[in-house]
Design a protein. Structure first.
Length: 383
């Protein structure tokens, strides 16, 4: 019998495997990784400096340990080149591998900034453990880091680096940090608190070129400002990895298109995590991955189960200004209502009738997280 096969050993891939083994101890299981195949927490990469952990210390279990834990074959350093969905075959650099059911947990790639200059190739992105090791080596002994992008990852890295004494410049096209998740008042407070720990936010502009200076790099911005720095880190977003699925003829949009049961457009193929577009939604957060993993494990074990996304707050790892955001369901319309309690900010996203659909809590207002979450509508109902 061909094994159930999972492509990807990030949080999504290994979570499906763990959940499946809770329901089914014996069905053959194969997990394929293009890297070392070890398990670590990717969300920890953006605040590992503050915790004092090296790349080696972030690795929780090796591929061999995961294989033993999951009663699975884990193929590390294995490249999947193509999917022949009609034959249930994967073409890999190890040869052809048959599957009974296939789970795509491919993740996402960093978006590449369009930069001119002789230093453009030196811009770093951190998307996995190897990237983090390279980043740690690059900043060792340095003092200045410029971050392209003031979204979730950019802000977390900025706070982490500033907390270790680096001068940090953050460049973003938006007028305030976390602009896709926070109203302007919330972004202004976050910006103020990050500034207090040494983060310099350059709003409404982008980097146009990076040039080597001998001592480091010079960033030229679209507003004609120049920033001298030692390291440039790009955190401008992620692009779901859809190339493999697209080449196999699967339906793709922003991600690999799947229905409520995480079924792709070909029989016995599923997708979840950062690579998946679930009922029109791409949600690159931890809690949706865990919800999807539990539902898909049940389906793989013979009990077809639709995923449900309740409202799931996102905790932003910015100790300078603890922040929790619960975005409204996709395509919601409404307006932010702002309250400013002592030492914090509470923002409710409400529809025309005044019903709250989402929230943002900063600093002391985080005390209301649990109560507010219970009032929020689900992001996706099971169907």
């Amino acid at each position: 019998m061909a094994p159930i096969t999972i492509v990807g050993t990030g949080l999504a891939g290994y979570s499906v495997a763990r959940e499946l083994r809770k329901l089914d101890k014996a069905t053959p299981l194969r997990i394929i990784s293009r890297d070392h195949g070890g398990f670590y927490s990717k969300p920890m990469l953006s605040n590992a400096l503050a915790s004092g952990k090296s790349a080696a210390q972030l690795l929780m279990k090796s591929a061999e340990q995961m294989a033993a834990e999951l009663n699975a074959q884990v193929l590390a350093h294995t490249r999947v080149d193509a999917i022949a969905s009609d034959r249930h075959i994967l073409a890999t650099d190890r040869g052809e591998l048959a599957y009974s059911k296939l789970v795509l947990a491919l993740g996402a790639d960093p978006s590449n900034p369009e930069l001119q200059g002789d230093g453009a190739d030196a811009v770093i992105s951190v998307n996995d453990l190897d990237d983090y090791q390279h980043f740690r080596s690059a900043i060792d002994g340095k003092q200045r880091v410029a971050i392209l992008g003031g979204g979730l990852i950019g802000c977390e890295f900025a706070n982490d680096l500033a907390g270790r004494g680096y001068r940090v410049d953050v460049i973003d096209l938006a007028q305030w940090p976390l602009s896709r998740l926070l109203p302007e008042a919330g972004g202004a407070l976050l910006c103020e608190r990050l500034a207090a720990v040494g983060v310099h936010f350059h709003a409404g502009c982008s980097a146009s070129s990076v040039n080597c200076t001998g001592q480091g790099y010079c960033l030229e911005l679209s507003n004609n400002q120049r920033i001298e720095t030692d390291v440039v880190l790009s955190a401008i977003g992620l692009r779901p990895r859809i190339q493999l699925a697209q080449a196999a003829g699967l339906a793709v949009g922003r991600g690999v298109v799947v229905d409520g049961k995480l079924q792709a457009s070909a029989a016995d193929i599923y997708a979840l995590g950062d690579c998946a577009e679930v009922c029109g939604q791409v949600l690159p957060f931890v809690m949706p991955i865990m919800q999807a993993a539990r539902a898909l494990a049940a389906t793989l074990a013979g009990n077809p189960t639709a995923v449900r996304y309740p409202a799931m707050p996102v905790v932003v790892k910015t100790p300078a200004c603890p922040t929790t955001v619960c975005p409204p369901p996709a395509a919601s319309s409404g307006n932010w209502q702002i309250e400013t309690p002592a030492a914090g900010l509470k923002a409710l996203f409400c529809d025309a009738s005044g019903k709250p659909l989402g929230f943002a809590l900063l600093d002391a207002a985080n005390a209301e997280k649990q109560a507010l979450t219970a009032q929020m509508p689900a992001w996706l109902e099971a169907r």
